[in-house]
Write a protein that binds this ligand. Structure first.
Ligand code: IMP
Length: 222
């Protein structure tokens, strides 16, 4: 049995990833940061979704554990990619989803090009000696970045899922969270907040990244 430590304080994410990796349940156990004695927040000061994901997955890796983390957000074409890595705090620190949505609508007032995409990056940071990793899967620049942060030699594999959409002119739907009520998924003609959890997962950035991640894990010699 091999332990993956999910670098999130969010209990829902631990449950989500345990479910995702359930086909490997006889080989992989998902632990939380709390389970390995880590408390407190990680400062996400990277420049990209990839760096922020790795900053988080490096926390358990610095202690010798295999770390897994994700980072996600919304990028809007007409705003040069904003809110991007600042999606959670677009309208400021300690704001609500509603504050962020209102700011986004203000910024896009009168703007015709409303193209956007959701992005999710899942990374796994593997301390040398814990798991054999096929070289072709390793992201070298991210591994160098993570090794520096961990103070030990680690290998990183990262996968990215994206979902294109259009920002609506008003909030639509009650499901989901964050920017879901403003994100129109054109092939379905509805926003993410008008979809069930299953419908959203089938097309979302997080669903795509999660499926890619599972394929990668199957290639590791567990
Ligand atoms: P994190 O990856 O949990 O840090 O998410 C960052 C922020 O991106 C969230 O607070 C949301 O504002 C936004 N976000 C990420 N994924 C989604 C999504 O699936 N729907 C709506 N908003 C999202």
């Amino acid at each position: 049995m091999i332990d993956f430590v999910l670098a999130t304080g969010n209990r829902n994410k631990v449950a989500e990833y345990s479910e995702l990796l359930s086909p490997l349940a006889d080989k992989v156990r998902i632990l939380s940061l709390k389970d390995v004695g880590v408390t407190g927040d990680v400062v996400e000061d990277g420049d990209t979704f990839e760096e922020n994901s790795v900053i988080k997955s490096s926390v358990p890796a610095a202690l010798g554990y295999i770390g897994v983390a994700d980072d996600s957000g919304l990028t809007v074409d007409a705003l040069d990619g904003a809110p991007g890595i600042y999606s959670a705090r677009y309208a400021g620190e300690n704001v609500t989803y509603r504050d962020n949505n209102e700011k986004l609508l203000r910024e896009l007032e009168g703007v015709k090009d409303r193209g956007a995409k959701f992005v999710c990056v899942i990374s796994i940071t593997i301390p040398d000696g814990t798991l054999e990793v096929p070289e072709e899967l390793v992201d070298r620049p991210l591994s160098a970045f993570a090794s520096k942060r961990c103070g030990r030699s680690v290998r990183v594999i990262a996968v990215r899922g994206e979902c294109p959409g259009v920002i609506t002119e008003e909030l639509r739907g009650r499901e989901g969270f964050g920017y879901d009520p403003l994100f129109l998924y054109e092939p379905s003609g509805v926003t993410f907040a008008e979809m069930s959890h299953e419908e959203k997962n089938a097309v979302s950035h997080r669903g795509a990244a999660a499926r890619a991640f599972l394929e990668i894990i199957k290639k590791l010699h567990l």
